[in-house]
Design a protein around this ligand. Structure first.
Ligand SMILES: Nc1nc2c(ncn2[C@@H]2O[C@H](COP(=O)(O)OP(=O)(O)OP(=O)(O)O)[C@@H](O)[C@H]2O)c(=O)[nH]1
Length: 266
């Protein structure tokens, strides 16, 4: 059962209500539905975009994960995968305070160059606390708090993202294993707990700028992000994480499906 604080954080990332949930329903796995696929031409090339809906509360509310693909990753091993969480401020407004937009760009380019590849884009703004809460956290950062302490000062978790849609989508596609584009070893561990086979970590590093250098240092020092730029194995990353940083609170409400996870039989 979520606490009040957790609910307050969760409410930030739930983007839609069941009132609008009247489209096509093809439930692929517990809590995730496939809606449709289209071909999207972009400045970086063509992508297949698959739309999903995902609920962790019995469809009272839901989010809309997108699966952006190059080539045909269905049934493949070692597929490059970026699991990316929304950042309205950088991706839409061009904010220079973080590295999110640059990471998305890198991943989109990478999967054009290394087909087949996947970017799963999740509506989990502000590490799951929602846009308004993230702006409130930014207001506190203007007063000198770092990205971790600002969340805590608001009574919000450091991170309340949940990733069960990712394992469901990969199972839908029959993807057998991935090379995960991330600097965050904890993200690897969470996905592995959900049954995703992560063969390798691909660093996803954007050169720091004057306005995000402190933010990136905080992610490295307090959230154990690996920002040195060197590739490494999953085991190396996990050893390193035990040595660095303060433990980051993750609320994995919604990942209870883990206990009933069964391997897909394809
Ligand atoms: N609460 C909060 N969220 C932020 C802040 N800056 C960026 N974000 C959000 O952080 C999320 C991305 O998380 P990051 O911690 O940058 O990286 P990550 O996804 O854990 O790890 P990578 O896979 O290496 O990118 C996005 O949802 C952004 O909206 C901030 O100062 N406060």
């Amino acid at each position: 059962m979520a606490t009040n604080l957790q609910m307050r954080a969760l409410s930030g990332r739930l983007c839609s209500t069941s009132a609008g949930h009247n489209g096509k329903r093809i439930e692929i796995y517990d809590g995730t539905e496939f809606v449709a696929e289209t071909l999207l031409p972009t400045v970086q090339g063509k992508y297949r975009v698959r739309a999903y809906r995902h609920s962790v509360d019995g469809w009272r509310t839901y989010t809309e994960p997108s699966c952006i693909m190059t080539g045909n990753p269905e049934g493949c091993e070692a597929v490059p995968l970026r699991v990316h969480d929304a950042c309205f401020t950088s991706e839409v407004l061009g904010s220079l305070k973080c590295d999110c937009s640059g990471q998305l760009q890198l991943a989109m380019e990478y999967i054009q160059q290394h087909k087949p590849g996947i970017v799963i884009y999740l509506q989990q703004e502000g590490r799951g606390i929602g846009l308004a809460n993230k702006i409130a956290a930014y207001a506190l950062q203007e007063k000198g708090l770092d990205t971790v302490d600002a969340n805590r000062a608001l009574g919000l978790p450091d991170d309340c993202r949940e990733y069960s849609s990712v394992s469901n989508i990969l199972r839908d596609l029959g993807v057998k294993s991935v090379k995960l584009m991330t600097n965050n070893p904890r993200k690897i561990r969470v996905l592995e707990r959900l049954g995703v086979k992560v063969l390798e970590r691909l660093p996803c590093i954007v050169a720091p700028g004057a306005l995000n250098v402190h933010y990136l240092a905080t992610k490295r020092l307090r959230m154990s992000h690996l920002l040195e730029g060197e590739g490494s194995t999953v085991d190396d990353d996990q050893d390193k994480e035990e040595l660095e940083g303060q433990f980051c609170h993750w609320n994995h409400d919604g990942e209870s499906a883990l206990s009933s996870f069964v391997e897909p039989d394809r």
